[in-house]
Design a protein around this ligand. Sequence first.
Ligand code: NAG
Ligand code: NAG
Ligand code: NAG
Ligand code: NAG
Ligand code: NAG
Ligand code: NAG
Ligand code: NAG
Ligand code: NAG
Ligand code: NAG
Ligand code: NAG
Length: 499
Amino acid sequence: MGLLVFLLLAISVVSADEVAFIGVNIGTDLSDMPHPTQVVALLKAQQIRHVRLYNADRGMLLALANTGIKVAITVPNEQLLGIGQSNTTAANWVSQNVVAHYPDTNITTICVGSEVLTTLPNAARILVSALKFIHSALVASNLDSQIKVSTPLSSSIILDSFPPSQAFFNRSWNPVIVPMLSFLQSTGSFLMLNIYPYYDYMQSNGVIPLDYALFRPLASNKEAVDANTLIHYTNVFDAMVDAAYFAMAYLNYTNIPVIVSESGWPSKGDSSEPDATLDNANTYNSNLIKHVLNQTGTPKHPGISVSTYIYELYNEDDKPGPLSEQNWGLFDANGEPIYILHLTGSGSVLANDTTNQTFCTVKDGVDTKMLQAALDWACGPGKVDCSPILQGQPCYEPDTVAAHATYAFDTYYHQMGKAPGTCDFNGVAAITTTNPSHNYCLFGSGGSNGTFGNSTAPALNSSSSGSSSHYLHGFGFHGCGSTCAVILVGVLSLFAVFL
Ligand SMILES: *[C@@H]1O[C@H](CO)[C@@H](O)[C@H](O)[C@H]1NC(C)=O
Ligand SMILES: *[C@@H]1O[C@H](CO)[C@@H](O)[C@H](O)[C@H]1NC(C)=O
Ligand SMILES: *[C@@H]1O[C@H](CO)[C@@H](O)[C@H](O)[C@H]1NC(C)=O
Ligand SMILES: *[C@@H]1O[C@H](CO)[C@@H](O)[C@H](O)[C@H]1NC(C)=O
Ligand SMILES: *[C@@H]1O[C@H](CO)[C@@H](O)[C@H](O)[C@H]1NC(C)=O
Ligand SMILES: *[C@@H]1O[C@H](CO)[C@@H](O)[C@H](O)[C@H]1NC(C)=O
Ligand SMILES: *[C@@H]1O[C@H](CO)[C@@H](O)[C@H](O)[C@H]1NC(C)=O
Ligand SMILES: *[C@@H]1O[C@H](CO)[C@@H](O)[C@H](O)[C@H]1NC(C)=O
Ligand SMILES: *[C@@H]1O[C@H](CO)[C@@H](O)[C@H](O)[C@H]1NC(C)=O
Ligand SMILES: CC(=O)N[C@H]1CO[C@H](CO)[C@@H](O)[C@@H]1O
């Protein structure tokens, strides 16, 4: 009975309007940052539906338009002082970065700064003004019910976080925290917190067991017990989230939900970071995703799961600092997974079968004439339906021989059931695990109906020789006469083995 009352109370105090989600942070400190269309292709292929950007990059916001992906954007710390000091600057920021993109791009959250209290303390005094000015600009645009305003905080501002029931915000920040919580409460927003059990574990000098940080099962005598509440904690993440609830309650704020704006684990580190390993990163992120999606909630608020943005999508090779700094990503710059998450049973967030997902693509630096010849072969004798790469069709852009050839080669490869030798094309093609899909041009679903997901391309008149000549007309042999014909004949005879 006591437990039931406790549960009901918990639910009435903090309520989740929708089930908790997993999102991903997209940092951009890469020497070879993928183009926004490639980023979005990766998000789609991995079924990632929530992202957080560290800015309001126009290219990304345009690429995210009409994808259904929900986007948290950020006022970068560099722009914070200006915005916190002038409601006009704030209104301009909202009109340029929000109003110009909404609703095509589903912006759901504006993060005002990033760990401002701990990384930019001299801006702390204007943080709440900045939140209010941004919110007022949303009100003026009638977007305040769709878009929430908050500011991601470092969990290091919560002191004495264990036991959670005794946690409180560093009191020297109360002049900022109290009006901030009042703002979050009155606008129906949430507290955003960056939680890193990796650092808590590293800095605990062995007090925190690795298993406790990684959500691994613990012997019950190893579970951490809050002596005041007698609640058992089985992982650092829940303990930190509850510490945040208690720290807010200590200031009499009891109905502000928590969203974890960053959490993750590095997959590689230098000699002083022995626990930054592939295995630990995979274990942490896999368990974190399962934990959030299972809607278990935390011991203080059971059933109220905490939506979390994983840190982060890509390894950021340009990040300064220890080796671990460059290795928090789920993917490398080519969109190849760093590790395959173990997500059995948790539904379709982050496809986890990428090892066996292969595509056929054009090799770098190959001879264009060879490529054109192989392309012509694929769309002709190879019987690939090349209509999607015709002008006006979804795979026409980018209008390059390499992009068109990749479409044709990959389709052929899938049509042939990925049989050995079907992705060679006289040496100009190679197998890859990177999905070359872009915009509406979708690759790799396989099957003889082609790899093209939701084609708007008209079916060509059925005879394959007809489609071949139509195709050759469309592209022509750009400025190439008899040499090409000779190469084409040579290539055709090489490919004859496949027929
Ligand atoms: C800024 O604040 C002033 C004074 O409070 C107000 O008159 C003005 O309408 C505000 N401007 C915007 C763009 O919100
Ligand atoms: C944006 O996402 C929210 C939250 O899921 C949803 O309710 C809303 O319909 C979406 N808006 C658009 C324009 O797609
Ligand atoms: C609390 O915050 C102040 C101001 O940033 C800082 O100087 C102090 O070290 C913090 N206290 C603790 C215990 O972290
Ligand atoms: C919280 O509320 C209690 C009871 O109303 C009050 O005694 C206490 O001073 C309040 N604490 C703060 C920080 O406002
Ligand atoms: C999922 O939730 C159920 C019921 O709340 C619980 O019994 C189970 O242990 C949870 N599983 C995980 C992996 O957390
Ligand atoms: C990949 O496919 C092969 C053959 O179909 C299968 O034996 C293997 O288990 C698959 N690997 C993964 C990780 O799914
Ligand atoms: C191709 O698609 C049609 C219509 O969606 C379907 O009936 C047919 O079975 C598919 N063929 C193959 C080989 O998948
Ligand atoms: C393409 O996708 C849209 C939306 O998912 C759907 O309504 C439409 O029927 C699809 N078209 C085809 C040809 O499958
Ligand atoms: C096939 O081609 C003929 C002549 O070019 C054209 O009249 C007809 O509409 C085409 N049929 C289809 C299904 O596109
Ligand atoms: C999204 C996705 O591909 N999920 C798969 C993860 O792996 C398990 C087990 O291999 C599959 O059952 C899921 O469908």
